[in-house]
Design a protein around this ligand. Structure first.
Ligand code: PMV
Length: 334
């Protein structure tokens, strides 16, 4: 009852921001993302009677019952797995990310996609990719999309029990191999407000939330899917950049306000707009953290990375492209 899996983070082009059911992790809207290449979480899980309690180790740090990371995330997820399988055996989980955790680089997406895949294998649950996306969803909403490779849509579903709330692949990475994201890491520190808490507050009291949910996201999903299908970079970039700003506008106009950006974030946003005015094809997107992901094509990626390097408040730069979905590996961490 031991298995390992690898999954990549995904970056949303049309964002998910708000749940309609917190327990089942059902979103208020659909969303569309790109699974990255190389922003990886590698996870090994072993269910065994030798463990009196679950043990969780993330990037070398141990978490136990009573720690937020265990209680609110992995502990809850394991309860769901135990409810589905009826197997109460405790387990040890060791997970390593090769990118900053909890700083808006979707580490929970990669982490829970890898964990769901490893658990499915270890316990012989026999879930297919779409069922696996529903299991990953119970750990972290955005993990739903990291199960699949390439470009992915998370369907919000209509059912109250979440039985139609899953991710489906739109296109494989080979559909648009020139697509790139240059990620400017403006701090490696943990963010103060986790996405989960930020989106819950936003749904609760942002005065513009219904416009985001009912008008903006449904329209942007249609536009972006067509842009990806036609490899129309300009429409994709314009739509993704504005969608990101509208998501952050809801967070910022929540009480108390949620502002994920730092000075470096804003410097790079302005730079991207200036470079675009000069004729460079580039757009930005930002998640629940201060990192800026610059959308571009292969031909401009290195030049953009070189320019971003000049900023004093950029700590790291990562170039990524459409990548693989979650998969089982026989490389165990322990
Ligand atoms: O599922 P979470 O808690 O990681 O929330 C993800 C929220 C955003 O990254 C801001 C948007 C998205 O769709 O990934």
């Amino acid at each position: 009852m031991k298995a390992s899996a690898i999954a990549n983070a995904n970056i949303a082009l049309v964002k998910y921001w708000g749940k309609r059911n917190k327990e089942l992790m059902l979103p208020q809207t659909g969303s569309v993302s790109m699974t990255t290449d190389g922003l990886q979480s590698h996870t090994t899980v072993e269910f065994d009677l030798k463990y009196p309690e679950d043990i969780l180790v993330v990037n070398g740090k141990e978490y136990n019952k009573g720690d937020e990371e265990y209680d609110d995330y992995v502990g809850k997820f394991l309860s769901v797995v135990r409810e589905i399988t009826g197997n109460q055996t405790r387990c040890k989980i060791v997970s390593n990310n090769n990118f900053p955790t909890a700083a808006g680089l979707a580490s929970s997406a990669a982490g829970f996609a890898a964990l769901a895949t490893a658990v499915n294998e270890a316990l012989g649950m026999g879930l297919d990719k779409e069922q696996l996306s529903m299991l990953a969803r119970r750990g972290s909403g955005s993990a739903t999309r990291s199960i699949h490779s390439g470009f992915v849509e998370w369907h919000k579903g209509e059912e109250d029990d979440g039985s139609d709330c899953m991710a489906k692949q739109l296109f494989t990475p080979e559909h648009w191999p020139e697509f790139r994201m240059v990620i400017a890491v403006t701090t490696k520190n943990d963010k103060k407000i986790k996405s989960r808490a930020g989106m819950a507050k936003t749904v609760e009291n942002c005065p513009y939330y219904s416009v985001w949910r009912d008008e903006i996201v449904p329209r942007d999903i249609v536009t972006i899917k067509k842009a990806i299908a036609e490899r129309d970079f300009r429409t994709l970039g314009e739509t993704a950049e504005l969608n990101c700003l509208k998501m952050h506008a809801t967070a910022m106009t929540t009480n108390p306000p949620i502002i994920y950006w730092n000075a470096g974030t804003i410097d790079i946003m302005h730079a991207v707009m200036d470079w675009r005015d000069e004729g460079m094809q580039c757009y930005f997107t930002i998640d629940g953290g201060p990192q800026v992901k610059i959308l571009c094509l292969e031909k401009d990626a290195l030049e953009i990375a070189n320019r971003v390097k000049q900023f004093p408040n950029v700590e790291d730069i990562i170039i990524t492209k459409p990548g693989k979905g979650a998969m089982v590996t026989d490389e165990h961490i322990f």
